[in-house]
Ligand binder design. Structure first.
Ligand code: AMP
Length: 367
């Protein structure tokens, strides 16, 4: 069922959202601005529950709850890529699930994802599958050190990863990621990390926000700058690569494609090369700047795309910086609110635990 052929998606309709985090919250807020309602389904209550029109709290394995949820909405989307395949299938029998189950299946597993990208001609770090400590030793032989061991599934913000340096104990490294099926990646000596946040609609229309640049602290996104400080050809190549990925997946909705920029010398000139690290089949933290820094936010764009509505303008309001408020950072909310030009967004989480994303602040820092 394509959303374009689903006539009931009009203002006043209900969008189903799996997941109750801040991304779901901001999707629900954007939906409300367009006269839509949201029904959030999640096993735990969270920031999205506070702003949704309807909520279901149930495990993703509860098929009766999933069916009732699907019957109450016009289209289903999600704020995280680890939606269990069975839940996605149960929902897809009843309503369009967008982005589609293919996008989920491919991006849930780093091995499948990187294999898919390479088949498309999109460059990634060199990688090998690792199923046990002996396999890790063989992979390290081939890819050298440093290299990075990553679980195939369920890793995020640096969790489920181990750096393999000279002298590293390989058996211990494999244990440290839970002895789970993994990949070993060659280390990419990047100068910057960038991401493309883009949308595709069912009619094939495509709109990318300007390439942005990301800085991480302790594996967690700390700062996003838009536009990224790269050559115009590099930005254009990143956007074209993303479109190719979306076309191959017949993708509908917003995607984020994280890439490394590597600088190399070719014929005496400095050139930039792109290496794709990861695809997020959803709205993404590196697109939060669009809420206050672009004509259409990534959240509104996602809602437009999954409803089969025209995509909005991705024009930037200027040079933009978005900082995450992580853990105790959020205690500065009063000062930040007093700062002219600081656009403060708080997610309403009760406890400022270390490493927890509590809100973000966006500033337009130049024309
Ligand atoms: P990931 O969970 O794959 O997004 O990786 C988290 C972070 O680890 C990235 O944002 C990079 O800073 C770093 N990283 C991941 N893979 C590589 C790699 N192959 N080479 C160098 N750095 C990497």
């Amino acid at each position: 069922m394509s959303p374009a052929s689903h006539p009931s998606i009009a203002p006043g309709s209900v969008i189903g959202v799996l997941g109750s985090g801040q991304l779901g919250r901001m999707i629900a807020q954007a939906a409300a601005q367009l006269g839509l309602k949201t029904h959030v389904f999640a096993p735990e209550s969270g920031p999205a529950f506070d702003v949704a029109s309807h909520r279901t709290r149930a495990p993703y394995e509860d098929e009766a709850a999933l069916a009732a949820f699907a019957d109450s909405v016009a289209v289903v989307t999600y704020e995280f890529e680890n939606v269990p395949a069975r839940a996605a299938a149960v929902l897809a029998q009843r309503r369009p699930v967008l982005p589609g189950p293919d996008a989920l299946a491919i991006t849930q597993d780093r091995l499948t994802e990187k294999t898919f990208l390479n088949k498309l001609g999109v460059p990634t770090a060199p990688f090998l599958a690792v199923d046990d400590a002996e396999g890790l030793a063989r992979a390290v032989e081939r890819l050298g050190r440093p290299s990075i061991l990553k679980t195939r599934r369920l890793g995020y913000d640096g969790k489920g990863q181990a750096m393999i340096r000279e002298g590293a104990d390989l058996a211990e490294a494999f244990r440290s990621i839970g002895a789970a099926p993994a990949i070993l990646e060659g280390f990419v000596p990047f100068v910057r990390e960038v991401s493309v946040v883009a949308a595709r609609a069912a009619d094939g229309s495509y709109a990318a926000f300007d390439l942005c640049e990301n800085e991480h602290e302790n594996h967690i996104l700390a700062l996003t700058r838009a536009p990224a400080r790269v050559a115009p050809e590099t930005a254009a190549a990143a956007t074209a690569m993303t479109r190719k990925i979306m076309e191959a997946l017949k993708y509908v909705g917003v995607i984020a494609v994280e890439m490394f920029v590597v600088e190399e010398m070719a014929d005496g000139a400095r050139v930039e090369r792109l290496v794709v690290n990861e695809i997020a089949p959803r709205v993404h933290n590196s697109g939060h700047w669009t809420l206050d820094g672009a004509v259409t936010s990534q959240f509104e764009q996602h809602v437009r795309a999954i409803c089969g509505w025209p995509l909005g303008s991705t024009r930037r309001h200027g040079q933009v910086e978005m900082r995450n408020l992580i853990g105790e950072d959020v205690n500065r909310w009063r000062d930040l609110l007093g700062e002219s030009g600081a656009c403060v967004r708080l997610y309403g989480k009760h406890e400022a635990r270390p490493g927890r994303k509590m809100g973000h602040v966006t500033r337009i820092i130049g024309p």
